[in-house]
Design a protein around this ligand. Structure first.
Ligand SMILES: *[C@@H]1O[C@H](CO)[C@@H](O)[C@H](O)[C@H]1NC(C)=O
Ligand SMILES: *[C@@H]1O[C@H](CO)[C@@H](O)[C@H](O)[C@H]1NC(C)=O
Length: 144
């Protein structure tokens, strides 16, 4: 009788290697999930990660790689948003033109155009901040 030795690579241990805090340098304007995947962070002009905001309750941040873009999303459920405020094409779930393009969603949140040309909710700005464009890229900036 022959033994068949299955050489099981312990690939699983390599998958979840959580970094405590992302302190790596990054490219200005890049978005990513926070290390805990509880929220979204953005790379600021100092090329350092800055926290944008928490994902809504019962959702988790996922980096979706699509067509060369890495787009962090807070996955389902979609937040309840007002879609009838006379801002057609401006709210999550609606059509958009440029995949990978981030925009302010109202004054206090950020959204992104996904590769299906549908706007996705990214995250809310923290308290006392609001969404503002910096070199065409939306940031949550201090309101005071
Ligand atoms: C960029 O983020 C880092 C880390 O959060 C922070 O120390 C720095 O002040 C930020 N730079 C600007 C210009 O906001
Ligand atoms: C989300 O969860 C936190 C902590 O459990 C709770 O304090 C907060 O009220 C919740 N928010 C909503 C909108 O349910």
């Amino acid at each position: 009788m022959k033994y068949i030795v299955a050489a099981l690579a312990l690939a699983a241990s390599a998958v979840a290697a959580p970094s405590e805090k992302r302190t790596d340098t990054c490219t200005f304007g890049t978005y990513a999930c926070s290390s805990s995947n509880a929220g979204i962070q953005i790379c600021n002009v100092s090329n350092q990660w800055e926290y944008v905001g928490d994902c809504p309750n019962n959702t988790v941040c996922k980096d979706l790689e699509q067509n060369g873009y890495t787009l962090p999303f807070c996955t389902e459920p979609e937040p309840a948003v007002e879609k009838r405020n006379g801002r057609p094409g401006q709210s999550p779930g609606e059509k958009c033109q440029t995949p990978g393009k981030y925009d302010c969603f109202g004054p206090y949140a950020i959204q992104v155009c996904d590769t299906q040309n549908v706007l996705k909710y990214v995250g809310a700005c923290p308290e006392k901040t609001h969404c503002e464009y910096l070199n065409g890229i939306p940031f949550c900036v201090d309101s005071v």
